[in-house]
Design a protein around this ligand. Sequence first.
Ligand code: UT7
Length: 331
Amino acid sequence: MTKINAAITGIHAYVPNYVLSNEELEKMVDTNDEWIMTRTGIRERRILKGEDQGTSIMGIEAVKGLMEKTNTNPEDVDLLICSTVTPDMLFPATANVISDGAGIKNAFSFDMNAACSGFLYALATASQFIETGRYKKVIVVGADKMSSIVDYEDRTTCILFGDGAGAVLMEPTEEEVGLIDSEMKSDGSGEQHLHMKAGGSRRPPSHETVNAKEHFVYQEGAAVFKFAVSRMADIAEEVVNRNGLTGDDIAWLVPHQANKRIIDATAKRIGIDEDKVMMVIEKYGNTTNATIPLCLWEYEPQLKKGDNLILAAFGGGFTWGSIYIKWAYDA
Ligand code: UT7
């Protein structure tokens, strides 16, 4: 029997209009453009403004655009997975809200939380549903409204994050393209360095948790940096080596966008030049689950069928992963 591969056959994204620049942040906290640019590579990020505007709003825009672009009938979508750490509500799943808002009626939908590695976990999961032959059209959304969990009085985190959403369509193919290999890892002992203290079942919301600012991202930046820089490079290198690839064979590195220094270290380890690294951190910052689809969306016009892409991410949990994709279409 011919092997069925799961291929990305379309990509679309949505970012809110509001641009939060380093200059504006300088007026909010004790920071400066020079520090932010040299330590992170971020110049600006997008923020979703307005009452009752959750992550799903951005996801719906991305998915509607994706279906229009790929001529997909919403009724033909079998499954929608949304990776996010900022769901509209703890339940129901934001994936269901997105499906409903995008007119997807015949699919099952669920959320996935693997922090910044969520989009890779979701892609790897989606591909399994396709490779079995059971499902034909699966949408994977990576979306976060990080501004909803960021303390804009904390200079160590508020300069990092932004809002956005991206979505890909995955379909079966018998050609040698699509998701070729993947490796995912997690280490729960990393919880202490990056988490949100309250709002879950362990520490439900109360006046006390709100007053103590426990509903915001808590990050020990330097500790996370140390793990991120080695784990992301290690796992990308593992996937590259076991597929017999060298830097010259790789058309693009598609890294999670948390810090330009982490991205540069990963590129160096797998031997690829800066001009082959997708980089959108300067304009969008760290959009958590949306960074990788935002990269693919921005660089889609440059992608060619057969291009070898190495995706890599590291995030809270800790979680990390890498995926090797042979791109399936010419833009
Ligand atoms: O996406 C999920 C995974 N997350 C990551 O991968 C993030 C990993 N971590 C990082 O990217 C970096 O650790 C940060 C960008 C968060 C911080 O950069 P750093 O080079 O590790 O700085 P640091 O935390 O060691 O702080 C160095 C100094 C400190 O001052 P002192 O103690 O040396 O006087 C901070 O207080 O920089 C200070 N600082 C700032 N100064 C100006 C921290 N934030 C700021 C700021 N502006 N915004």
